[in-house]
Design a protein around this ligand. Structure first.
Ligand code: HEC
Ligand code: HEC
Length: 206
């Protein structure tokens, strides 16, 4: 799969336009006060697309995320608890109220599933693994945002891949129960299991 040939740094280096926006956000938080949520989110559009649906694999789509997950993630980026290439710098530039306003704005947008290549056999293996290990907290095959656990179905594969690598390495702390399920999956299926899951999430395009 294509994502294997791209390093995380190389992908993110391609986000130069967005990075210019982010510098503004971090440097001028005061001037953003009172700006409405749609205006605040203009700053994010260079990487996350207009209305939160990213146009390419370098940044995840953030439309339709639950406000709780959105806020926790932004706070996690700002504190450094959630590892990131770029978002720590960006998240630090916003007040709690601004994050809340953006969380509400993005929750009101519809998540558009990414069109990406996948292997159908691996995807059907991944569907079974998802049901067994992940469905309980990532309902509807990973489509539902209501579990406050992000959106996996139709999310850009490189992002899901690296995020899982961060959990596996312990760089991002998963809840106890997810940690247990993820280690069971890794013990029994190894990295082939992860690849099957990634193909399953990529296969959901409608
Ligand atoms: C320069 C590109 C860039 C800009 C600008 C940017 N982001 Fe991000 N965002 C990323 C990348 C890349 C990631 C993946 C984490 C990382 O490596 O930093 C990410 C991850 C996220 C996530 C986590 C998604 C998930 O499913 O967990 C959220 C939420 C988010 N960004 C919100 C925002 C908001 C809100 C803004 C505007 C205030 C913004 N981002 C601006 C590149 C960007
Ligand atoms: C017991 C509940 C639970 C189970 C089981 C679970 N997760 Fe999660 N997952 C969560 C929660 C809660 C979050 C929210 C963030 C956090 O806690 O780190 C999350 C976040 C994630 C994220 C980050 C989403 C994003 O947008 O960045 C990924 C990727 C993920 N889980 C994959 C999986 C996979 C793959 C499985 C199955 C092997 C799994 N999870 C099983 C609860 C669970």
């Amino acid at each position: 799969m294509a994502y294997k040939t791209l390093t995380r740094a190389a992908l993110v280096a391609g986000l130069a336009v967005g990075a210019a926006f982010s510098a503004t956000a971090a440097d001028e938080p005061k001037t953003m006060m009172g700006a409405d949520a749609a205006m605040l989110s203009n700053t994010c559009a260079g990487c996350h697309g207009t209305n939160g649906n990213s146009m390419g694999p370098a940044a995840p789509s953030i439309a339709g995320l639950s406000p709780t997950y959105f806020e926790e993630t932004m706070v996690g980026f700002a504190s450094g608890d959630i590892p990131s290439t770029i978002m720590t710098r960006i998240a630090k530039g916003y007040t709690e109220d601004e994050i809340k306003a953006m969380a509400k704005f993005y929750a009101g947008q519809s998540f558009v599933k990414a069109k990406q290549s996948f292997d159908a056999n691996l995807a059907s293996k991944g569907a079974k693994l998802h049901d067994k290990y992940c469905e309980k907290c990532h309902a509807d095959g990973g489509q539902s945002a209501e579990d406050d656990a992000g959106v996996l179905a139709g999310q850009w594969t490189p992002y899901v891949n690296w995020t899982l690598a961060d959990y596996k390495a312990g760089d991002r702390e998963a809840t106890k129960k997810m940690k247990k399920k993820l280690s069971e999956l890794l013990e029994r299926e190894g990295s082939d299991g992860v690849i099957a899951l990634l193909n399953f999430y990529a296969s959901q395009q409608k």
